[in-house]
Design a protein around this ligand. Sequence first.
Ligand code: URA
Length: 256
Amino acid sequence: MESADFDTALALLEWQVELGATEAIGDAPVDCYALPATLGKPKATAAVAAATPARAEVDPVAEARAAAAAAVDLPGLAAALGVFEHCALKRGASNLVFSDGTPGARVMIVGEAPGRDEDLAGKPFVGRAGQLLDRMLAAIDMGRATAEAPVYITNVLPWRPPRNRDPQPEEIAMMRPFLERHIALANPQVIVIMGNISAQALLGKRGITRLRGSWTEAQGRPALPMFHPAYLLRQPAAKRDAWSDLLSLKARLGTG
Ligand code: URA
C-alpha cells in the first residue's frame, strides 16, 4: 500500500477499530480456548497488559493552561505551542500558524483556524479570505504593518483542521488557554472577533448574525464581533454590514 498521509491513516485506523479490530495480534490465528490462564485473552494482549504500567490520565486542557501560563512573551508562547503535543491537529499540519501583523498593535483580530494556504505559509489569513481582510482593513486605513494603524492577527486554532472542517469543541477548549494568554501578552486595546468559531471561543456563544456590530467584552477588553471574510466571499450582500462594523471600529479607536 502506498504510504497514506496522517489524516487518511487515522481514518483507516478508526474504521478498523469500528469493525472491532482493536488489537494487533500477529499473523497466525490464536485459539483463545487454549489459554485458560489468561482468561481467554490472546497471549500477546495479556503480556502487553502485564508489562504496561498504568498511565496517569492526562488532562490536555490543564496541560495547555500550564504551558500557556509559563510563557512570558509572544515568542515564548509560540515556542510553547511548538512543543505542545496534545492536539491531534498538529500531526496533520504542515506548520504552526501563530500570528501575523504587528505585536502590540491597538487592534487584535481573532479568526477561526488556518486553511490550506495558511498551513503552507505558516501565517494567518493569507488565502482569499485573508486578501479580502486586507482590503477591508485598508478601507479604514489600517493594515498588518501600517505604521499609523497596525493590526495584530491570530486564530483560535493554530493548526489546520483536516479538510478545513469546523474546529471541534474539545479542540477549542484545549487551545483556549493559549488564545487567552496570547491576548494578554499582545495586550490590544480592542479585539475583533471574526466569525462564529471565534465568538464561541471568546464569548462562549455563536450566532454571529445577531452578535455582529454590537460592542461587547472579551478577556476584559472591548470586543467587536464581525462577519468572517470567508462568509463575505460567499454572501457579498453582507459586506454592507461589515462596512458599518469597520466604521464602528475606526470610530472606537478615535481615528474616524
Ligand atoms: N480563516 C481564518 O479564520 N483564519 C485564517 O487564518 C484563514 C482563514
